[in-house]
Design a protein around this ligand. Structure first.
Ligand code: ZN
Ligand code: FE
Length: 257
């Protein structure tokens, strides 16, 4: 399974999964149809699945047009998103599995950004490969999604599920927000040398116009303030010794950053 990153709208990424053996493709969070159709034509592949993480328009905006071009495509989304995702046919819950070609992905229920948000995790197919996590707007490189429909308690529990995956996991998040996220992270975790190093690297990548997605979960665990609610440095910035309150206060500071 090859993963192709497509740019969409102002800062969205769409991920196209390509199985060249079966000549099929799937797409994660098609913000718009046009870049997907273009790449599918280039690959001469048939679109068999749309994996949506949540109902926001910058994640499902391309569904309708893709269904028109590929009437047999199956549209997946969270069970709680019933009625909010155009064309949705499969309603997924924590622990469900999805299949694409020879690969299977686990569904992780991660409410917080929205009340219905799910993530898809494809474990390594063979020993030594990396797992692939498609986490929408829940976990970002260096940040996390805003809490539109969920509570800090829910979001901490959701992020904790993602944090429990192996360090060697690609994090395919849906937006290029990394530089701004790390700028904020430094204000609440200023002594973190891994974070300082990452910020310097990301500055260089972005100045060359390069993408910072996917990132690695191991790096997120060391540098992302929204996975570090037990760290003394973050608790001191949040003036709290309680994990959920630490997360909530740091999230509140980011909302105003
Ligand atoms: Zn969203
Ligand atoms: Fe989004």
């Amino acid at each position: 399974m090859r993963i192709i990153r497509l740019e969409a709208l102002s800062d969205n990424y769409i991920f196209l999964l390509h199985d060249s053996k079966h000549n099929i493709a799937a797409v994660v969070d098609p913000a718009e149809a046009e870049p997907v159709l273009k790449k599918l034509a280039e690959l001469k592949a048939e679109l068999v699945a749309i994996f949506n993480t949540h109902h926001h328009n910058d994640h499902v905006g391309g569904n309708k047009e893709l269904i028109q071009h590929f009437p047999k495509v199956i549209v997946y989304g969270g069970a709680e998103d019933r009625g909010r995702i155009p064309g949705q046919q499969v309603f997924l819950q924590q622990g469900d599995r999805v299949e694409f070609g020879d690969r299977a992905g686990d569904v992780i229920f991660v409410p917080g950004h929205t009340r219905a948000h799910i993530a898809y995790y494809f474990p390594p197919a063979t020993f030594g490969e990396l797992g692939e996590l498609f986490c929408g707007d829940t976990l970002f490189a260096g940040g996390c999604g805003r809490l539109f429909e969920g509570t800090p308690t829910q979001m901490v529990s959701s992020l904790n599920k993602l944090r429990s995956l192996p360090d060697d996991t690609h994090v395919w998040c849906a937006h290029e927000y990394t530089l701004k996220n790390l700028q904020f992270a430094l204000t609440v975790d200023s002594e973190n040398t891994d974070l300082q190093k990452r910020f310097d690297e990301v500055k260089v990548y972005r100045s060359r116009g390069e993408a910072t997605v996917p990132s690695l979960l191991g790096i997120e665990k060391r540098t992302n303030p929204f996975l570090r609610w037990e760290q003394p440095s973050l608790q001191s910035s949040a003036k709290s010794s309680e994990p959920v309150q630490t997360f909530a206060r740091i999230r509140g500071m980011k909302d105003k950053f």
